[in-house]
Ligand binder design. Structure first.
Ligand code: 13P
Ligand code: SF4
Length: 300
């Protein structure tokens, strides 16, 4: 029996497919991917990729974004139950209600949202470009920021403004505490602490750097520091360690996103073999959601 990795390689060629993987995926899934990145890098890649089929190893909203950007391509997700609980904390109907209460306000969504919610928004942001995108709004403009209260408050603090924040959050990052950061600092004296903006405010305040997963990879690669405490999902340690073999990375806590871990090599193989599960977004929603994603890609 051929190795799983070889079966995937063969099927990939047969289908003229590319495999995209998020930085939180299992190490072995990142290793067979053509490209691994954060949500901004993956959206950019999905917009330009030259293939008939995209196998998206990540959570559903990411595959949905790839499908919206590529109406002519087949986008497959190896496990369609890999959702993002934060994305499901607001619906399109709830956002429409909020907009009705704030006429004239701009609606901004974190890409960790459903296509339905994106379709209601003026622009999207990712954690990698949120500051840049949001700095373009006049300071006195009313902004509805959904669904992540933590990314929203992080950017509002940085820009010295206030947003109407939806109370959504990431259950994985919400588990990280300032005490865990303090304990990790005590155990690894002098290490640089990097956390994700989805972390609660007291955790962000306790860190040295607050960065997207792609931002963490770039920072670790380019800085002179050699030891890091990493406050985000464990999957990123695989890439950080591979790209920086002479540097040391300690997890701030054992943070796992169960949905990111649903994708296995078997499921990637089966997905290419059976051409399942196709991610299809109804045209009416896709075209409106695409406007918000394109607006973001044009700025960043
Ligand atoms: P990044 O945009 O930093 O990859 O984050 C996506 C995500 O889901 C973090 O939980
Ligand atoms: Fe969603 Fe959090 Fe998982 Fe990211 S880590 S996909 S925000 S649940």
């Amino acid at each position: 029996m051929e190795k799983l990795e070889d079966q995937i390689k063969e099927l990939k060629e047969r289908r003229n497919a590319v495999i995209l993987a998020h930085n939180y995926e299992r190490g072995e899934v990142q290793d067979i991917a053509d490209f691994t990145g954060d949500s901004l890098e993956l959206a950019r890649k999905a917009a330009t990729v030259d293939a008939d089929v995209i196998v998206f190893c990540g959570v559903y909203f990411m595959a949905e974004t790839a499908a919206i950007l590529n109406p002519g391509k087949t986008v497959l997700i190896p496990d369609p139950t890999a959702g993002c609980p934060m994305a499901d904390m607001i619906t399109g109907a709830q956002l429409r209600e909020l907009k009705a209460k704030h006429p004239g306000a701009a609606a901004v969504c974190y890409v960790n949202s459903t296509a339905d919610v994106k379709a209601e928004c003026d622009i999207c942001v990712t954690s990698g470009n949120a500051e840049k995108v949001m700095s373009r709004f006049p300071k006195d403009r009313e902004i509805l920021f959904v669904p992540d209260q933590h990314l929203g408050s992080h950017i509002a603090d940085k820009l010295g403004v206030k947003y109407v924040l939806w109370p959504g959050y990431c259950p994985t990052h919400a588990r990280l505490t300032a005490k865990q950061i303090a304990d990790a600092r005590a155990a690894h004296h002098g290490a640089t602490v990097m956390v994700h903006p989805e972390c609660p405010r007291e955790v962000r305040d306790a860190a040295d750097q607050c960065l997207s997963t792609g931002g963490m990879c770039a920072y670790a690669r380019n800085c002179a520091e050699t030891e890091f405490i990493v406050g985000t999902e464990l999957g990123i340690l695989h890439r950080l360690q591979n790209e920086n073999p002479s540097k040391t990375f300690h997890p701030a806590a054992q943070l796992t996103c169960p949905n990111m871990k649903k994708t296995t090599l078997d499921k990637v193989r089966d997905s290419l073999l059976n051409m399942e599960t196709r991610v299809v977004v109804p045209e009416e929603i896709a075209s409106r959601a695409k406007r918000a994603i394109d607006a973001m890609l044009a700025v960043s």
